[in-house]
Each structure stands twice: as structure tokens, then as C-alpha cells.
Design a binder for this molecule. Structure first.
Ligand SMILES: [Zn+2]
Length: 171
């Protein structure tokens, strides 16, 4: 998606002329907030939506809109979002007993994502041991929800293989 062409004040001015509240098509909103949806302030489910349009009715909503556009235009991430993303990463470190999100992603084959919900898809390392999952779509990894294989591999087994691969790599 290209840079958002409007400055929030411009969006507001345009809308004020028509005597309406600043608003944006929800698909555009989703595109703009991709990657910053850990922060509940930016979640689509927490916005006011009428007929597929997201409305920014009060001062708080306008502030959020400004942060969203600023993040998009500068490629930066709002501070609150950075904090929440870091917390999710720390959560995985605790769960996995010291394996970071980066180490996990490095140990896996054909990683795609994250999608809008923060989930990665990859080849299941446990299925791969038996030559399985050649299409690389059995494994889902989410830093807070953990590892899940659609073929039913045991999550601790998957983590064990990731740990082995990480240790091999660091020798
Ligand atoms: Zn598997």
C-alpha cells in the first residue's frame, strides 16, 4: 500500500466541509493498522464502524487516527505498540524456557507471516522429520498462543526440535 496521502487535519477538514465525522473505509483502516494491532486502541473491533466505514468521532479517536497515519507515513510503530509487541515476545521466551521468537523463526522452514493476528505459518519441524508437510502449512506459531501443528504433533516435541536445531546452529 502506498503512503497515506492525507494528513489527519486534511482528512478532518474535508469531512467537516460535508458536516460529517472523519471516517475511513474499513479495508483501508486494516491496511493502515497492519502490524500495530497488539494495542487494543487500534483493533478494528474497538472502532466505531457503520456501513463498512470507520468513524473517528471524538478527540481520543482522532488522536489514534493521527498515530496510525504517522506510523504508516514514517514506517515507525507507536510506542505503546512496541511495548505490547515486546511483552508478547517475552511471553514466548518464558513459555519456551529461553527460546526467543527470532530463534524460533530461524529454526523453521518456509516461514510466512505474521498475518493480521500475529500468527506465523511454516513447515512443521516435527512432520518434516518424517518427510511430511512438504507444502509447509501444518505449523502455526503465535508468540502468545504458542505452537500448533494441524497434523497433531505434540507442541513440546516441536519445541524440543526447535531447541535442538537452535543449539546445533550456535555451535
Ligand atoms: Zn507436525
Amino acid at each position: 500500500m502506498s503512503k497515506y496521502p492525507l494528513d489527519p487535519r486534511q482528512l478532518m477538514r474535508e469531512n467537516t466541509r460535508k458536516q460529517t465525522v472523519p471516517k475511513m473505509d474499513f479495508l483501508r483502516y486494516l491496511a493502515l493498522t497492519r502490524g500495530i494491532r497488539k494495542d487494543p486502541r487500534f483493533k478494528l473491533s474497538n472502532q466505531e464502524i457503520v456501513n463498512g466505514m470507520v468513524y473517528f468521532r471524538d478527540a481520543a479517536a482522532m488522536r489514534n487516527l493521527q498515530e496510525i497515519i504517522q506510523a504508516h507515513n514514517t514506517g515507525s510503530v507507536p510506542e505503546t505498540e512496541v511495548k505490547l509487541q515486546q511483552e508478547a515476545k517475552n511471553e514466548w521466551m518464558r513459555k519456551s524456557d529461553g527460546i526467543t521468537v527470532e530463534m524460533t523463526l530461524d529454526a523453521l522452514e518456509n516461514v510466512r507471516g505474521p498475518d493480521g493476528s500475529g500468527t506465523y505459518t511454516a513447515r512443521c519441524i516435527s512432520c518434516a522429520e518424517r518427510g511430511g508437510d512438504s507444502d509447509s502449512n501444518h505449523l502455526r506459531f503465535h508468540p502468545e498462543k504458542g505452537l500448533h501443528c494441524f497434523a497433531g504433533c505434540f507442541a513440546p516435541q516441536i519445541l524440543g526440535l526447535i531447541r535442538m536445531k537452535t543449539m546445533e546452529g550456535s555451535k
